[in-house]
Write a protein that binds this ligand. Sequence first.
Ligand code: GDP
Ligand code: MG
Length: 601
Amino acid sequence: TEQAQIRNFSIIAHIDHGKSTLADRMLQATGVVAPRDMRAQYLDRMDIERERGITIKSQAVRMPWAAAGADGVTRAYALNMIDTPGHVDFSYEVNRSLAACEGAVLLVDAAQGIQAQTLANLYMAMEGDLTIIPVLNKIDLPSAEPDRHAAEIASLIGCEPEEVLRVSGKTGVGVPELLDRIVAAVPPPSGDPEGAARAMIFDSVYDVYRGVVTYVRVVDGALNQRERIKMVSTGAVHDLLEIGVISPEPVPTRGLRAGEVGYLITGVKDVRQSKVGDTVTSALAPATEPLSGYQDPKPMVFSGLFPVDGSDFPALRDALDKLKLNDAALTYEPETSVALGFGFRCGYLGLLHLEIIRERLEREFNLDIISTAPSVIYEVTMEDRSVHTVTNPSEFPEGKVRDVQEPVVRATILTPSEYIGAIMELCQSRRGNMLGMDYLSETRVEMRYQLPLAEIVFDFFDALKSRTRGYASLDYEPDGTQSADLTKVDILLNGEKVDAFSAIVHKDSAQSYGQKMTRRLKELIPRQQFEVPVQAAVGSRIIARETIRALRKDMLAKCYGGDITRKRKLLEKQKEGKKRMKAVGRVEVPQEAFIAVLGAD
Ligand code: GDP
Ligand code: MG
């Protein structure tokens, strides 16, 4: 396709505002998917995406569309729709996807109005100078308030309320008009078609049959079939086995030219060799400058993963190796715990990322796993000036601490104005600092806070939702670190430290954390032959204590005497129970107790 007839766009939307459904209608309207092949959420290929209804990996689809240009002449255009993940954990990928586009459709549920997450992505698109096409979706809903929300959007992006398109992904109404608007409003790509080849990687996916499939947007020059390509960041050279476009299945082509979007297959087996954000060039006549600064996405949240059955350790390692092929942001290294045995300390982009990995390990690899409480990265400076990076609370250094740095985030919360008070209270209780507040309309407010990441990774989102009856939305981005008065709380069973239960908490909440954990463990651990103290300690100071009383003699006596079959049954039962016990010192702790303590709050 001629560069002038290409339009690259993505859709920015809050989860559930209808992006996947609208994409389905576009595939149909442009004839890319025949009616009989149509299935809901066509582009969300991974099972887990379809079940959870979220898009994890971005996709790129090419759709033909005939429309009249400014001169009134109808021409054939190629529209490339680049899908972006909608969740805050994946904002790094959103950024890359937007960088591959000249335009963005801002899709807003006409019954809900714009949400904080959408706002963050919208600002990202505006910073990248993308043309914004505002669209209200779900106008078929009886609860839709298109006039009200059109006014809100218009004041936000500085356009007239009449310019906000109205569509329904469900009925398809307004979809052809939206495609026409994309052709008319979004500028064609502006790269240099004669320059040295430069293509930006905006996604990279491991496929069992084909190896790594890399999605690129060619900015300058061209990449041709069967040539050798080079990764600018590493200098690595690969043979190009296949190049093509997705429409909606992969179709090999002879090459991709400036402005075009498509895929590459090189036979590499590891997505780390084909990183999102990197620049691909031709090995023969390479470009020297990469397209834009390349940064690895950094893990923000850490937790230990342990197989429930210790003999599954090699299987867990295998599974993590496989998942890593598809997920450059996942990190892991072996870890040993006194309480839980051999496992891995894993790093994630955020809590959703953690949940997805855990769910995939259980579902796709049939592994039973325990994950320890999530932790952030702390930088601990000791009196002797040595500096320790701590991602595992049990590794918090002993001795005199001079300073602890914890990561902080800048959070944006959008809410109906009646919940301002409740939100201020919540943020204060989480050590938040208010940065500012703006009214988007008479009834909707944007609140900005600086908050410690550790205070929001656990249950902040749930607390926010329950205090605002689900109406508030949240987004956050890393904002450096701050000095904080933090301390490690250890939990001791019969005088022995249980590493999996150590936590780093603010000094003010050490006491309540200690009480909560000791109380819970007392409930969960069965009585032993002897009395077992359960203690919480800061350093050598005990801050909370519970006692598991010893079994009474007469209860033991019940096991003896009686008929022989009953005795054998009892013994067998005991043996089975033993298998699932972990010994902490002399104390036998059922596996379930570890799981329950680390589980819900
Ligand atoms: P996504 O999370 O943004 O991809 O949203 P989906 O496309 O998965 O849609 C979320 C929910 O809204 C689904 O239950 C859809 O059936 C529904 N939905 C999407 N578009 C419309 C629409 O135009 N009208 C109505 N009534 N429902 C819609
Ligand atoms: Mg979706």
